[in-house]
Structures are given as C-alpha cells and as structure tokens.
Design a protein around this ligand. Structure first.
Ligand code: ASP
Length: 286
C-alpha cells in the first residue's frame, strides 16, 4: 500500500481539490491512505482565532469564525451542485460545534485550546475532499486520524506513541488495505497534523506536521512508499521563489534529504524524514 500526502496549497481552492481527485483517480481505487492538510492558509486563520479566543476578544473571534466558515462553504458550493449534498450538513455540524466551544470562556491552557480549535481545519478539509471524491466516483472512507495516531499530552508538539499507534492504525485500516473486503473501499482519507491522547484529547504534531503524519502512518502500516504531492517538480537545490535558476535534484540520498530538511528546506518536514529509513519518500508533481 501507499500513502499520499496533499498539503494546504494542494487543496486551497475548488480547482486544486479537483486536481487532487484526478491524481487519486489516476492511482486507482486500491490500497491507499490519503493524508490531507487544512485548506490554504486556514491553519494561520485558526491560530488567530485561538489567540483572540484566549484574549476573550469575542468580536474578533466571531469575525475570524465567519471568515473561516465562509471560506469552506464557498469551496463546497463550487464543488457540489446539489445544495442538499451531505457535505453541507457536515460543514454546518463542524462549525456548529466550534461555535458552541468558542462561546464558552477558555478553561484550559493555551496549547490545549489551540489543538482543540486549530484541528478543525484538517477535519473540515478532509470531509470536503472525501465527499468530493465519492461524489466524482472515487470511492473512499473518511477516517478520523485521532483514532489512529496516539500521542502524549504535550499539546501543540505532541510525541507519538510508537507502540499504540501502529497497533491502532493496523487494526482500523487493514480491512480497507487488504482488498479482500468488497464492502470497504480501498482508499482512506484522513487528516495530517492531528492526533489524540489516550484520554481522547485532540493534539497536534507541530506546524507543517502533515508530512510527519504521512510518515507515521506509512511506518505503522508498513507502506511501500510515501508520496508527498507538491506544486514544485521535486527536490530542488535552492528555493525557486528566491533563485530562479534552482535545479531539480532527480535523486538524493537519505542522508542528503535529512540535511536539506534539517537546514530549512521547507519542501519536506524534518520530522517526516525521521522514521524514513523504513520507507521511500518521493516527491512528484500533481
Ligand atoms: N495545517 C498544518 C499547518 O499549516 C499542518 C500542515 O499543513 O502540514 O501547519
């Protein structure tokens, strides 16, 4: 089986979501876990919401809330012609719960509240993408990553429980990956960046943590490979936004990949390289 990861830029608008669907359709409906980030810059917007929530600035909280909800609503409206499609119910439900939550004053630490609120971005993006895939005939199962990735309670930078996570992930996902169960689709769509403590509290793995989620699931499920889909042709020897003569590196060693990510190449998250000697990490153009 394989793990595909799509970051925020890959799902930032309706066309990007359509592109993701065509990449997955091309792969075929078999043995695939798709890890998805929050759409576009939504994590930043949710961070601002959290900041205002902690400062009890209700007016600003509501402003951000409306902006974030409208952003997703508009994307869904462009993707789904039928206004009665269940995706709208799900979006409504997610934001209803968030609204109820932020209407109460904060009760726990900043980091706890951050994870509770900011994780909404990944939850809503995966609902939209998963529904859209089914809508265009790419049968898949939405799965809550908080039921797959167990962490400690170091909110905002949680550490993975490497014993429980592979056990849970295998138990939950192998019926989809085995290909023997005709009632279960071979594609699972889940969130990057988020996990859960043993007690069921939502945690996050650190900013840009979705690459890491893909690596965790690939390691846990003994995937053949992880593909991190990007809007650049692969690993380059420099940032193409700064150097327009940046060259593509067709192959690099594992050691060089560690160095690149460690010294700040944002193309792949350093944590995602860590469990990496057990699988191949590749980058491709969608
Ligand atoms: N959505 C999270 C972030 O923007 C995780 C990720 O995209 O990798 O940091």
């Amino acid at each position: 089986m394989q793990v595909f990861k799509f970051g925020g830029a890959s799902v930032k608008n309706p066309d990007a979501v359509r592109n993701v669907a065509s990449v997955i359709r091309h792969h075929g409906e078999k043995h695939l876990v798709v890890v998805i980030s929050a759409m576009g810059k939504i994590t930043n917007a949710l961070e601002e919401l959290t900041q205002n929530y902690m400062e009890m600035n209700h007016e600003k909280v509501m402003e951000k809330f409306d902006e974030i909800k409208d952003f997703h609503w508009e994307i869904a409206q462009k993707l789904f012609e039928d206004p009665k499609h269940p995706v709208f119910f799900h979006i409504e439900q997610i934001f209803f719960h968030l609204l109820r939550y932020i209407q109460e004053p904060p009760s726990r630490s900043y980091n706890y509240e951050y994870d509770r609120i900011v994780s909404t971005g990944e939850i809503v993006s995966t609902y939209i993408v998963s529904h859209y895939l089914n809508y265009v005939g790419v049968s898949n199962q939405w799965y809550d990553a908080r039921k797959l990735i167990v962490t400690d309670s170091n909110f905002r930078d949680a550490s993975v429980d490497w014993i429980l996570t592979p056990q849970l992930a295998n138990k939950a996902l192998s019926p989809y990956m085995a290909g023997s169960n005709k009632n279960k689709p071979g594609i699972v769509v889940t969130q990057g960046f988020i996990g859960s403590t043993n007690q069921g509290f939502t945690t996050t793995l650190g900013r840009e943590g979705s690459d890491y989620s893909a690596a965790i699931l690939a390691y846990s499920l003994k995937a053949k490979e992880v593909v991190i889909w990007k809007d650049v042709p692969g690993l380059l020897n420099a940032d193409p936004k700064i150097h327009n003569d940046a060259r593509l590196l067709p192959n690099i060693s594992y050691q060089e990949a560690i160095e690149l990510s460690y010294y700040g190449a944002t193309v792949i998250h350093p944590k995602a390289i860590k469990p990496g000697d057990l699988f191949m990490s590749r980058l491709k153009l969608p």
